[in-house]
Design a protein around this ligand. Sequence first.
Ligand code: NAD
Ligand code: UDP
Length: 320
Amino acid sequence: MRVLVAGGAGFIGGHVCRELLERGHEVICLDNLATGQLANIDEIESHPAFSFVREDVTRTPFLSVDLVLHLASPASPLYYKAHPIDTMLANSAGTHRLAALAADRGARFVFASTSEVYGDPLEHPQQESYWGNVNPVGPRSCYDESKRFGEAMTFEYRRTHGLNASIVRIFNTYGPRMAIDDGRVVPAFIGAALAGEPLPVFGDGLQTRSLCYVSDLVEALLLVAFDGNANGRVFNLGNPHEVTMLELARAVSDAAGSQTGIVFSEAAADDPSRRRPDITRMQERYGWQPIVGLADGLRQTVDYFSDLAQDRVAVASEAA
Ligand code: NAD
Ligand code: UDP
């Protein structure tokens, strides 16, 4: 198949592109490098079935493709709060553009939505049928509400243009190839641990997240993407193992083999207090469930970041 991966130079997108090539597909990666990096695709750049288009998703050329994966959006609260309008456009005008392209080419379309559509959830764990509890005008609304708009756009294209489309709601995912300065909690904690600094916990650290290792996430995403019979379906993708941020800080310290303590700062506004996916739909339809545990996934992520830091030191000392 010929697959367009919008946001393919990002953390998840880079893993998706590599996996698609390994499975024998042709991949067109489109990215404006807002939060992505060419380093995420450097190993596949010269692959004969891979091509890279540096462009904004809202201006995606109408290429002939069989499958469109829309991953092009900032995902880090630090970044999207600093670039709210770009974030809203990527998920609104960007979704419009890609849905129109897919409908025009008869391609299947998958929109990467988020657990943030549930906001600060009043139901726990969150099932796909839950409509959410979102502040429409808060500091996170540029992300939450544009993802909700993107979901609506995706389904209206189904209804009005016969688009074959699914939505995946991704819960916190982590792993190698995240940017160390991304601002999300796993790179922030690992970066601090490796620098010998205390881990920065926002608020009292009792808020929870359920963290999914990237290989499990990619497996799930591609199960949905290649299932043409999943048209009109919405799936939670994530790992239901729920931890507080204090527990996560301890797990990162253990994985990094360093005990540098914790520094508390003010809670982020509208920070959801808890989050855990109900993944029954994915389990029942595909028999899928995550297989990488938190300790194992964090160890692999710590190894990645510490190798990267050592490479940087080696390059700097060669240049000196
Ligand atoms: P990321 O920031 O690493 O990747 C996003 C990619 O999209 C980057 O390469 C960025 O340059 C690109 N991009 C952003 N705006 C663009 C635009 N206007 N035009 C073209 N490219 C653009 O983040 P990620 O964690 O890999 O997230 C990928 C997708 O998954 C996003 O849509 C995100 O909302 C969704 N998601 C991720 C998580 C997670 O925990 N990682 C959770 C929920 C949803
Ligand atoms: N967080 C933290 N320290 C950081 C970054 C994040 O304590 O340096 C907390 C944040 O307040 C939230 C959780 O970790 O409760 C997850 O934040 P992240 O930005 O990774 O993703 P979110 O789920 O909020 O989109």
